[in-house]
Design a protein around this ligand. Structure first.
Ligand code: ADP
Length: 423
């Protein structure tokens, strides 16, 4: 362990997204155990349009809620973090109380799979990944630079969302495209790995089983959605691919579609005299439509938020009903594919915003799998407070709802690396 680090240590986690910045401060040490603990302090900034929403709370119950005109993201994050040591939510005497910072980095590419201390070489490698994933790592790198300025002497750790899927076999990660494309780095990487891995460990813990004996499908259903097939604690298949666009239908992302559709759209209408299929603006527009105007929002026309889709469906909105039906149909198809990859199934896990909170989605998803031995207990399902089991007592496949704990999992990685004297 680096001189100056002592247990228990205060670990600051930065979870940077394109339109939100979550941050949490944990106190962990070798005796903290394997059960997730709540953070001492957590803050969240969300940007939509020209608005910025700030929500901070600490473990003693003090809260700040504030809406303002969106400023420069980096400056707003800096101001949010100052509330760790000043003002009504402060839990530290000064910034120097923070021992380590951990960052969620979306894409580690081929080389960065295990959590690692951020050195200039690691940073360069994260930047290199931008060649294959231009949009993914920017927010994470900005978080890293902010901490470098704020706390220049503390170690910073990168934890990769792609890392857990490093164990995929070639038949799962190589696309049936020209092989030279694979050699250029075009392959399935998979995402949401921090939470898929956490859920696998938590499942073994809750079922009091050895992880090495379990075949698990984890369904991460939030704004982004993905499945993982996990055998003996290792990811062997997953629905997201080269980018987080592949696989299931999501809030605003299409998930898998016939790639021929894209070619058709990019070719444009041959009767249009202004047509230029190489037009960069057209490509940007297709990218925008697939990532931000598709999924639940694109079909329902009402919202990307599952709660609002369900509300609209209940008052007879047919497009909301169609959005829900496609979401469930594709989820079932994905679960079926993951079960085939595993060649069996011991546990089916629902996690993240929709997975944790929507009994309707869980019930509909499970309804096709009685032939695999999935039996849901309706009462348990409708009243489940994660972490909870929702399968009936005799169900051969155990069905669980597990709260996503990405921030805690990142903090735990920081603690593990500190303990292993890797810093
Ligand atoms: P992110 O992927 O951005 O972290 P979350 O995991 O918070 O997102 O998931 C957001 C999704 O969870 C939204 O579609 C939201 O509607 C859905 N959700 C949250 N609460 C409920 C609920 N009670 N019922 C159905 N869906 C819910």
């Amino acid at each position: 362990m680096q001189p100056g680090l002592s247990f228990p240590m205060k670990i600051l986690v930065l979870n940077s997204g394109s339109s939100s910045q979550k941050s949490a401060l944990f106190e962990l040490g070798p005796d903290s155990g394997d059960d997730p603990v709540p953070p001492l302090w957590e803050g969240k900034l969300e940007w939509s349009g020209d608005k910025e929403d700030l929500h901070i709370r600490n473990r003693s119950g003090q809260e700040i809620r504030h809406q303002s005109k969106a400023g420069v993201h980096r400056a707003s994050v800096g101001t949010m973090l100052e509330n760790l040591w000043s003002g009504s939510t402060a839990v530290l005497k000064s910034a120097s109380g923070i021992a380590v910072a951990g960052h969620r980095i979306v894409h580690g590419g081929r080389k960065l799979t295990l959590s690692v201390r951020i050195t200039p070489e690691v940073k360069r490698e994260i930047e290199n990944v931008a060649a294959i994933a231009p949009l993914h790592n920017q927010a994470g790198l900005e978080g890293n630079e902010l901490i470098e300025k704020l706390l220049p002497n503390i170690p910073q750790i990168a934890v990769f969302d792609t890392g857990f899927h490093r164990t995929l076999p070639p038949e799962a990660f190589v696309y049936p495209l020209p092989y030279a494309w694979y050699e250029r780095g075009i392959r399935r990487y998979g995402f949401h790995g921090i939470n898929h891995e956490y859920c696998a460990h938590r499942t073994a813990q809750l079922l009091k089983r050895d992880l090495s004996s379990l075949k698990i499908i984890t369904c991460h259903l939030g704004n982004g959605c993905s499945l993982a097939a996990i055998e003996a604690g290792k990811s062997i298949d997953t629905t997201m691919g080269f980018t987080p666009l592949e696989g299931l239908m999501m809030g605003t992302r299409s998930g898998s579609v016939d790639p021929g559709i894209l070619i058709h759209i990019l070719r444009g209408d041959p009767r249009d005299p202004r047509r230029n299929p190489r037009d960069a603006a057209l490509i940007e527009n297709v990218d925008h439509m697939l990532n931000h105007e598709s999924g639940l929002l694109g079909i329902s026309g009402a919202s990307s938020d599952m709660r609002e889709v369900l509300d609209a469906m209940r008052v007879g909105n047919e497009r909301a009903q169609l959005a829900f039906d496609i979401f469930v149909y594709r989820l079932q198809a994905g679960i079926g594919a993951m079960a085939a990859s595993l060649g069996g199934l011991d546990a089916l896990v629902f996690t993240a915003g929709i997975g944790e909170n929507s009994p309707e989605v869980r019930k509909a998803a499970c309804s096709k799998f009685s032939f695999l031995g999935v039996q849901l207990d309706d009462a348990r399902n409708s009243s489940a407070k994660p972490d909870a089991e929702i399968s009936s007592t005799g169900s051969r496949v155990r069905v669980l709802v597990i709260r996503a704990q990405e921030d805690w999992a990142i903090a735990k990685e920081c603690e593990r690396l500190s303990d292993a004297a890797s810093l």
